[in-house]
Design a protein around this ligand. Structure first.
Ligand code: ADP
Ligand code: MG
Length: 714
């Protein structure tokens, strides 16, 4: 059949089916009423295409479903009327010459009714006689019958003629900016939905049926202009499911693809190094450590490359697990590498790993960015020849020019400090794909780890070594600052050591930060602890200086260490029993938890003093939470609840798209369902090549970006 071409004929066609991808290539300027000015205003809101337009969801709805004629109104009822303004007059007792409100006389053909509007006098100049308005409020009897308006809006007749999308229903309220008014936005979205036609659903119908979800077309329409509350709720549920499903599909595809295409090292280690290492430890492993080491070794023995996330709270003993993996690599004739986020931490790992392995025939080599040229050359040589069995380093490990002889396992410590992208950078360095273990102490709520790390296997150390005492955590006002330092002095008198953390100034290595640290150091040295040895550690110091300071602190020669957040992760000095955090209101919750973790490693009841002058409610809640909870997972949930979730995915680190509708804490159940469905679907059709899966593949690609193209190549 011949397709009609004139637009008049097209208007009579049944709506075509479009995909969201099609809509992405149609600019908003296609809509009547969008000229350059509106286009720019929409652009500021991130809306350039029809797809973005129809998925620009309202922040809330106003219930204008109860539109009544004036003659039908009853006293006491809440209602909306659509009428013409007849006249206006100020009401209430004027304050400094201005009335607190106004009254507008309305007429709708069935009767007259005054409406009283408080506190919105700026609306007056738009209410010329004969202007059409929508007014909602309560009908009250006061000086006769009147409508006390909760909302009043002018209807632009030139746009719609009738009330169109603006009344008689739940009316969407959109987040807008100066360049575009709420009403205009509503009209444009209404038009965009019309122009879009029938929107094709990329999700399989069975999935929708199983979860009782509306199709995408209906969901999008209903979320803008809902039929009723029930529809609105299921539309929202659908959109949340949709968003999480796409992300999980990407993760599932990644997991399946990597498992299918990569061959991991098969570790045949016989325990000849691991067993003596464990035996020589000054403590027995916790059950959780044993279990997790078992999980890691199972992965390492198989041909499937290990891709495992190890979560364990601060101080739970993740390092031992890392060393177990590294030793297994060496036993099996390979090399192991462990990458730390800071030089301080890399050096510390280097020291503790070499000490712990001193009795074993294992060469441990350090590689950091700040080594001297001869040091570096020697390290690179040993790494390339295989003479270095275990390499401890920073980012320097993944830079060009670092060639391993046979790297078979990689441990990434404190993953939260690295971008997710870096997880894969070791790819080209070994003969086979090295097994990878990612360790993080940033407690991540389960929902979040399913999303951020949803393509990894997860091991959890859910138990602290025995005998750990909770850190007594106190909030200290500026007035009590000296009392806190008096308590620290008592710790020092008992032969223990303390950290004093400087307030955070922007980036930890900024110059001001250094100055602040130096000032605090001077104050402590000159005024508070003149009789004690006070050291200083900050990010701008040379590596050799840092090393010397850490060594002196470890040896007990420095009793009080003033430090910027460089000690945040992993530094381990068991004799330190107190930590003072100056300006603690400026730190994030997980950062504070990490810092506090510096003092729970010893045998003495540890103390943490949060010096604070909290100026915001958020800061107060964060600090309160720390005094209440020791458990990192609990704290991470509190954190998520306080901060809201935008910050998590927006961050450069996450490598994940922003969530637009889903909220991880609230939507945990939906996430689990979406994940199960997505993984099942991908197990069946890993590259989504089935014709009915193509639209889904397109959506996943468009959401996750060019990075995922390789997942779907056949
Ligand atoms: P994290 O998980 O924060 O990296 P570490 O691996 O640094 O923790 O361990 C913290 C401290 O606990 C270290 O001093 C370590 O020697 C000690 N430790 C680890 N495992 C045990 C255990 N099973 N029993 C007692 N102490 C342990
Ligand atoms: Mg650690």
């Amino acid at each position: 059949m011949a397709w009609p071409t004139s637009s008049a004929e097209r208007a009579y066609l049944p709506p075509e089916r479009t995909t969201l991808a099609d809509l992405r290539s149609r600019p908003v300027t296609e809509l009547p009423g969008v000229g350059p000015r509106i286009e720019a205003a929409l652009g500021d809101l991130g809306v350039a295409s029809l797809a973005e337009m129809v998925s620009y969801y309202p922040s809330r709805h106003e219930d204008l479903s109860n539109v009544k004629k004036i003659s039908e109104l009853r006293v006491g009822e809440k209602a909306t009327v659509v009428a013409r303004a007849v006249s206006t007059r100020p009401v209430g007792r004027p304050v400094r010459g201005r009335s607190p409100g106004f009254s507008v006389q309305l007429y709708d053909g069935t009767g007259y009714l005054p409406a009283t509007v408080w506190g919105r006098n700026w609306l007056l100049k738009g209410l010329l006689p004969d202007t059409r308005v929508v007014v909602s409020g309560e009908v009250q009897r006061r000086y006769g019958i009147q409508l006390v308006a909760k909302s009043i809006e002018v209807i632009e007749e030139d746009l719609d003629g009738d009330t169109g999308p603006h009344a008689g229903r739940f009316v969407p309220v959109y987040p807008v900016n100066k360049g575009i008014q709420a009403r205009r936005m509503r009209t444009l979205i209404h038009r965009a939905l019309d122009a879009a036609g029938r929107i094709l659903d990329p999700l399989p119908a069975e999935v929708l049926v199983r979860h009782n979800l509306p199709n995408l077309h209906d969901a999008i329409h209903e979320v803008h202009f809902p039929t009723d509350r029930a529809w609105l709720a299921s539309a929202m549920r659908r959109l949340i499911f949709h968003e999480l499903f796409l992300i999980q599909t990407g993760l599932a595809a990644r997991k399946v693809r990597l498992e299918a295409t990569q061959v991991g090292a098969v570790h045949t280690g016989d325990g000849s190094l691991l067993n003596p290492f464990v035996k020589e430890l000054p403590f027995g492993l916790t059950a959780a450590q044993e279990r997790v080491i078992g999980e890691v070794l199972t992965d390492m023995r198989s041909e499937k490359p290990m891709r495992r996330l190890l979560q364990g709270d601060v101080g739970s003993g993740k390092t031992v697990v890392a060393v177990a993996a590294l030793l297994t690599a060496v036993e099996s004739g390979g090399q192991g590498a462990i990458m730390a986020p800071t030089e301080v931490l890399a050096e510390q790992h280097y020291l503790s790993v070499s000490n712990a392995l001193a009795h074993l025939p294992v060469n441990v080599t350090l590689l950091t960015g700040s080594q001297s040229t001869p040091e570096r050359r020697a390290a690179l040589g040993a790494i390339e020849s295989g003479e270095a069995h275990i390499v401890v380093g920073t980012h320097a490990l993944i830079q060009k020019g670092v060639e391993f002889d046979d790297l078979s396992v990689v441990v990434v410590d404190e993953q939260h400090r690295f971008g997710v992208g870096q997880r894969t950078l070791f790819k080209e360095k070994g003969r086979t794909h090295p097994d990878t273990l990612i360790m993080t102490a940033t407690p991540i709520p389960r929902t979040l780890s399913l999303t951020l790390y949803g393509d990894l296997e997860v091991s959890i150390i859910d138990e602290l070594p025995p005998g750990r005492k909770p850190v007594e955590t106190r909030l200290v006002s500026l007035a009590e600052r000296h009392d806190a330092y008096d308590e620290v002095r008592r710790e020092l008198d008992a032969g223990r050591q303390a950290y004093v953390i400087c307030p955070l100034v922007e980036e930890s290595e900024a110059l001001e930060d250094v100055r602040a640290a130096e000032e605090l150091h001077e104050e402590l040295e000159a005024e508070i602890f003149p009789d004690r040895r006070v050291g200083l550690l900050h990010g701008r110091m040379k590596a050799t200086e840092k090393r010397a300071v850490m060594a002196a602190f470890r040896a007990g020669e420095i009793e009080v260490l003033v430090a910027t957040v460089v000690v945040e992760v992993g530094v381990d000095v068991p004799n330190a029993s107190a930590i003072v955090i100056e300006g603690s209101e400026r730190f994030g919750l997980s950062q504070l938890h990490q810092l506090r973790g510096r003092v729970l490693r010893g045998h003495h009841p540890p103390k943490c003093f949060l010096l604070a002058d909290p100026k915001t409610e958020d800061a107060e809640q964060r600090l309160e939470a720390l005094t209440k909870y020791q458990d990192g997972f609990k704290l991470s949930e509190v954190d998520l609840a306080i901060r809201g979730e935008g910050t998590l995915f927006g961050s450069r680190q996450s490598g994940m798209p922003d969530l637009k509708v889903a909220k991880l804490l609230r939507d945990m159940d939906v996430l689990v369902e979406a994940r199960r469905e997505a993984f099942a679907l991908v197990a069946d059709d890993p590259t989504l090549k089935r014709p009915d899966h193509r639209p889904l593949r397109r959506e996943v690609k468009d959401l996750l970006g060019a990075d995922v193209d390789w997942l779907f190549r056949e």
